[in-house]
Design a protein around this ligand. Structure first.
Ligand code: UFG
Length: 342
């Protein structure tokens, strides 16, 4: 029998790529989104890529407990992947109440509905931000979490703890996996779905592609005096399709009863540090573009360097990142051109 996966926030950047991979792996998917931070572009793209016009799309807010409950009544949900959350670090510092309310309430509603409906498999989208500025690199899942430096980061830590406690109390009815993403970048190779930031992008790659297309004048590289090989920060950039596939592995592990513990955590990264300057150079080279950039002061709150030890996900789940940074940056550029109609 086909299994059904509910994807909250499924019309967004990560959610849409995950929906494609789930459908291609044979899952039925219910997409639910309140469209607070996206439009229907990616959902339409998902339908085109998969050739499926019949993917259920529910417009709803996960902070509405009755609506979440109704969703669980309406579909035979075997697993939930919870993306629905606000995600801008700076905005969370300015509007902490809004962040805590939205990110915690929506997840609590999912768990409450799961409890009411006899249990569920719950996949939570967490972040490498929980490691803060790590003492040792690369970070493993056993590396200590550091006190969060923003309300956004804190909501990731709190939701991990809520999931872990709920699983513990549920006597096996609720199983949980937290995937800690490093830096997801890129777009689907079809160029039909990708990142669609509203306003000025906070993240590096959309800023690069928007500069390359002429929407932004110049990329500022925040800091070139860090204690790294070239002075710019290092991150673990993970291709969005590779990241999406990790969700299929995790869901399958849950629904097929292959988990070793009822609550598990996996790092989702490549294990390869790449500096901002290296990423910019790779973008220029693979796409044959000269990018307008300058060095600017450090951005507050940035960690110097972080990358994953992905061994656990590789060995336990059988998932491994496959695409090169060059392929990923070519896909990101193709998506930006698609948006510009070029
Ligand atoms: N950067 C620039 N110029 C820009 C944008 C970014 O130089 O215009 C640099 C940043 O300083 C950083 C690197 O590019 O060194 C990556 O920055 P991103 O904003 O793309 O990603 P972050 O590593 O800051 O963010 C990630 C996740 C967040 C998470 C955060 C916590 O995207 O979800 O880590 O540190 F909260």
């Amino acid at each position: 029998m086909k299994k059904t996966v509910l994807v909250s926030g499924g019309a967004g950047f990560i959610g849409s790529h995950v929906t494609v991979e789930l459908i291609e792996a044979g899952y039925d998917v219910v997409v639910a989104d309140n469209f607070s931070n996206c439009d229907t572009t990616c959902f339409e793209g998902v339908k085109k890529i998969t050739g499926r016009e019949d993917i259920p799309l529910v417009k709803m807010d996960f902070c509405d407990a009755a609506a979440v409950d109704k969703l669980f009544d309406g579909y035979p949900i075997d697993a939930v992947i919870h993306f629905a959350a606000y995600k801008a670090v700076g905005e969370s510092v300015a509007k902490p109440v809004m962040y805590y309310k939205n990110n915690l309430q929506s997840f609590l509603n999912v768990l409450e509905a799961a409890e009411k409906h006899g249990g569920c498999n719950v996949l939570f989208s967490s972040s490498a931000t929980v490691y803060g500025e790590p003492d040792e690199l690369p970070v493993t899942e056993k590396s200590p979490r550091q006190p969060a430096t923003s309300p956004y980061g804190n909501t990731k830590q709190i939701c991990e703890d809520i999931l872990s406690d709920t699983v513990k109390a549920s006597s096996g009815a609720i199983k949980g996996i937290a995937l800690r993403y490093f830096n997801p970048i890129g777009a689907h190779p079809s160029a039909l779905i990708g990142e669609l930031p509203r306003g000025v992008p906070n993240n590096l790659v959309p800023f690069i592609t928007q500069t390359a297309i002429g929407k932004r004048e110049c990329l500022s590289i925040f800091g070139n005096d860090y204690p790294t090989p070239d002075g710019t920060c290092q991150r673990d950039y993970i291709d969005i399709v590779d990241l999406a596939k990790a969700h299929v592995y995790a869901v399958t592990r849950m629904v097929e009863g292959k988990m070793k513990k009822d609550y598990e955590i996996f790092n989702i990264g490549t294990g390869r540090p790449v500096s901002v300057l290296e990423l910019v150079n790779a973008f220029e080279k693979v796409n044959g573009i000269k990018l307008n950039y300058k060095f600017a002061p450090r951005r507050e709150g940035d960690v110097t360097a972080i990358w994953a030890d992905p061994t656990l996900a590789n060995e336990e789940m059988g998932w491994k990142a496959g695409r090169s940074v060059e392929e990923t940056l070519a896909a990101a550029w193709a998506w930006e051109r698609h948006l510009a109609g070029k």
